[in-house]
Design a protein around this ligand. Sequence first.
Ligand SMILES: [Zn+2]
Ligand SMILES: [Zn+2]
Length: 334
Amino acid sequence: MRALIIEAPENILIREVEDPVVETEDDVLIRVSACGICGTDIHIYRGLESAKYPVIPGHEFCGVVEQVGKNAARSLKAGDRVIVDPNLSCFQCAPCRDGKVNHCVNGMINQGVNLNGGYAEFASVNVKQCYRIPNDLSDEVAMLGEPLSCVLHGVDKVSINPSERVVIFGGGPIGVLIYKYLHSIMGLSDVSIVEINENRISAAKEVGVERIDSEPLCQEADIVFEASGSLKAFEKALRILSAGGRVVQFGVPPEDATAQLSLYDIYRKEISIIGSFVNPFTMSRAVKLLVTHQKTFSGIAGRCCSPEEAASILRGEISTSGFLKGVVKFQEES
Ligand SMILES: [Zn+2]
Ligand SMILES: [Zn+2]
């Protein structure tokens, strides 16, 4: 099959590789129909400690089941359409047994990071990672399953009251998904996005984000989602929080980033700083939301890319600010 491979940091090739196969009873071979391009893929290209090279990136994918192992056949058959959760924990270690599967210490599988992912014609996954979807859910919406499941985990970590004021820093796909979930589905009226890039602002407006600007649209917020990974944004988030406010660190900051914050404000204003990492047990809910609110989420993954264009995006030769999420397809359109 054809695949995009990051052989080592700063080294991408699109080439023929051996097809993945069903090796164990739990394996499912998937014909990948669409795979989202994520900022993490760019981090892997530049060199990421948790990545295992060479690797086929891509952790946001959906496809059609091609072949199943004996045990997988109990829940899936050839022809079924599925969304894949790229993360699989051991369910044996102490954190896993405490329900913190995203903190598994026995080498959690992150397909597309430490194991081959979806930038290819086929991918092999475990049946536990597959979520069946109906035929009328488009690929472009279905492949938002993983990012949306991460959003749900972050939102779960702050119990939000519908009357609260929410500001999101970062108008990329994650920021827009948080906005859509809180505003269009949960019905919060006071949600806005801060985004400094004009092209990103236009792209977000095109998919129906009404409240987005380069400066916060309100003086004070009860909850801030930091979804840009910028240190400046995090520090600003703390400054606009009201008493009792919470900030959720969602964006991936540089590994050595350290912030300046007022300890006195944290004490006096009773501020909470909350981290959110991947998607423990939220995938099933994300899939149901995509099925029931397909229209709300359409248009976000609007830019179709050839494998060659995807490689250019990872290398930074094509700017991603003019669109929200790119989608790479290796299969010919049928
Ligand atoms: Zn991602
Ligand atoms: Zn574990």
